[in-house]
Unconditional design. Structure first.
Length: 219
């Protein structure tokens, strides 16, 4: 991102349906990149990343909150995002850092816009207000069939199943379809990887994309 003629930091988001393997791959990428980038690397997640946004996360994902309205949910994700940008993402970019973020605006478009059927344009517009138009320089989209993602979660991660994980298969299928549409519409920003491959292969694919797009951090 360029401001005042100075090259500033880079913002990379990791996106995908539940159980696609984003967090698993992100953890390995961070292990690999930290010795090289040291404090130039900032790793964060949505919803969350700071005290207020993590508190909002807790409210949104709590399985007891069954009465939460769909628009309330969309607004809470956007509010958490706003606080995350102000406290974490923008300051890191201003310090010329490489920011890796587990989920960002595309999650809201896919989950609330398409999954909850509020409308992808409406949710995107609302998020433009929340983000002031800040988009990632690069988004890595982990594509898996919904059945595969859900199966992974139900088999391995039963302790962390949240309010959205337990939605019907049709909800998750709308989410994936929407992600694929966003990726098709924005090929410059969004790189799609086949997340049904082995964990090692997925990490290799992700690192190849990150190196290619961020040469200035690795020279
Ligand atoms: N490539 C892979 N092949 C098989 N299993 C995988 C792969 N990647 C991750 N997993 C397993 O799938 C489960 C979900 O992975 P992970 O939590 O990384 O997904 P996620 O995309 O972050 O999901 P969510 O968005 O729901 O948090 C974990 O048990 C993980 O070990
Ligand atoms: C940012 C964001 C997230 N979600 C959903 C997607 C997941 O089901 C949860 C987050 O859990 P994870 O284990 O950290 O992936 O929240 C969403 O619906 N909308 C959003 O904007």
């Amino acid at each position: 991102m360029k401001r005042d003629g100075i090259v500033k930091g880079k913002f990379i988001s990791f996106e995908g349906p539940d159980g696609a393997g984003k967090t698993t791959a992100l953890n390995k990428v961070v292990t690999d990149l930290t010795p090289v980038l040291k404090d130039k690397l900032v790793v964060t997640r949505e919803p969350g990343g700071n005290r207020i946004s993590e508190a909002i996360r807790h409210i949104i994902l709590d399985r007891k909150n069954t009465e939460m309205d769909d628009r309330t949910e969309a607004l809470l994700y956007a509010a958490a995002r706003r606080q995350h940008i102000v406290e974490t993402i923008q300051p890191a970019l201003d310090e010329n850092k490489l920011v890796l973020c587990d989920r960002y605006i595309d999650s809201s478009v896919a989950y609330q816009g398409a999954g909850r059927q509020i409308g992808t344009t409406e949710v995107y517009q609302m998020n433009l207000f929340a983000t002031g138009g800040l988009l990632p320089n690069l988004t890595i989209y982990f594509d898996v069939p919904s059945e595969v993602g859900l199966q992974r979660i139900m088999t391995h991660r039963t302790d962390e199943i949240n309010r959205l994980d337990v939605e019907q298969l049709s909800f998750h299928q709308r989410v994936r379809k929407s992600y694929l549409e966003i990726a098709k519409a924005q090929p410059q920003r969004i790189k799609v990887i086949d997340a049904t491959k082995s964990k090692d292969q997925v990490v290799q694919d992700v690192e190849k994309i990150i190196y290619a797009a961020n040469q200035e951090f690795f020279n």
